[in-house]
Design a protein around this ligand. Structure first.
Ligand code: AHR
Length: 368
């Protein structure tokens, strides 16, 4: 894993260098790529400050990029281009917003989008990608269900001369097998959640917490756990009573939380790897006669509308944003790749965080 991340950073630096050599907009692209390469957490925190000031999104609704700038779409390149997109599934509000963003950007640019949904099944997603290869599409994009097991199909795409773009989630394959990875810094998200918890419970002597994990083996579940541990792992007062996957779904979060509540009468804190599982946990907590947000504090990741409403109502205490609006950036990358241009190997989405007051203020204009 570490080797893979170092390889990605090295590739990002190399791509930034290539941009510097051949583009007049090189200084911006180079410096932002280099800052991503130097420290993902640090660059994300300063990026988050910028995002907070700017509302976190461009006028198209797409989040701005912190680590690596993409050139604007050339509509003539994308018109009628055949692009295969293999989506994870439809597990969450975040995923629906992500699918909508990709489909509406494809429509805007006249792309012939071949869209498939794997419903959380890696074998199904691999089979979709193989179908795209056999069809001879111009470019393949996908958001991988899990991080491992992609080498063979990526080699196949490369051998067929079809470029691949990763969005939302990354893989542990060699970065030479894909053109770029556009998406959030999930480790920084976990760190932001952990930092909130550390501050919130600064005066407590013991904190009994439970974790609702995302899909086992997925990049966001792995990295959000890692980021959380980076902040709280060495603090003995935070005791993890239980940690189990709720598969990023509301139902999963509810069922797992029901089990936690039955086994542990004194839970102080829930860390849910996404809003949907946090919303499921709220249902379970209320059914158990407790008050979510008061008796049991909840911190989640995503900031979809339903999560923000629960935060505004005081049922969730803090949300770390993860933007699903990746359609514009996906087609910026696709346009550049199909035009034969170099692009940064990593594009990190700029995101912010919300407390109750900030959620209430943001809700009227929230896009998803
Ligand atoms: O990969 C992004 C994660 O996938 C979102 O945080 C979660 O809601 C979704 O299912």
């Amino acid at each position: 894993m570490v080797t893979r991340k170092l390889a990605v950073l090295a590739a990002a630096a190399a791509a930034a260098f290539a941009l510097a050599a051949c583009s007049s907009g090189a200084s911006t692209a180079t410096s932002s790529s280099e800052s991503a390469a130097s420290s993902s957490s640090a660059s994300t925190s300063s990026a988050a400050a910028t995002a907070a000031a700017s509302g976190g999104a461009s006028s198209s609704g797409a989040p701005a990029a912190a680590g690596g700038e993409l050139p604007p779409v050339d509509p003539a390149v994308l018109k009628d281009a055949v692009i295969g997109f293999a989506q994870v599934g439809s597990e969450s509000g975040w995923r629906s917003a992500n699918t909508d963003s990709i489909k509406s950007s494809a429509e805007e640019y006249g792309v012939d989008l071949q869209f498939t949904s794997a419903e959380g099944d890696q074998a199904k997603q691999i089979s979709s990608i193989k179908t795209f290869i056999n069809q001879g599409v111009d470019l393949i994009a996908f958001s991988p269900v899990v991080e491992t097991g992609w080498d063979a199909v990526l080699e196949e795409a490369k051998a067929a001369g079809i470029p691949v773009v990763l969005t939302d989630r990354s893989v542990d394959s060699d970065p030479s097998l894909y053109k770029t990875f556009i998406g959030s810094d999930f480790i920084a998200e976990g760190e932001k959640a952990g930092t909130w918890a550390k501050d919130e419970f600064a005066d407590a002597t013991e904190v009994n917490m439970v974790v609702l994990e995302g899909t086992t083996g997925s990049a966001p579940a792995n990295d959000r756990a890692e980021g959380w541990a980076n902040i709280l792992g060495s603090d003995p007062k935070f005791k993890t009573l239980a940690s189990q996957t709720g598969d990023f779904t509301r139902d999963g979060g509810k069922k797992v939380m029901e089990g936690f509540l039955a086994a542990y009468p004194d839970i102080d804190l829930v860390y849910a790897h996404n809003d949907d599982m946090g919303l499921g946990a709220i249902e379970a907590i209320e059914a158990a006669g407790k008050v979510p947000g008061t008796d049991i504090k909840i911190v989640t990741v995503d900031a979809v509308k339903a999560g923000m409403e629960a935060l505004s109502a005081g049922k969730i205490n803090f949300i770390v944003e993860c933007s699903p609006l990746l359609g514009e950036q996906l087609f910026q990358a696709s346009s550049a790749v199909l035009a034969g241009q170099e692009i940064p190997a990593r594009v990190v989405t700029i995101e912010t965080t919300f407390n109750q007051e900030q959620a209430t203020a943001a809700l009227p204009t929230r896009l998803y």
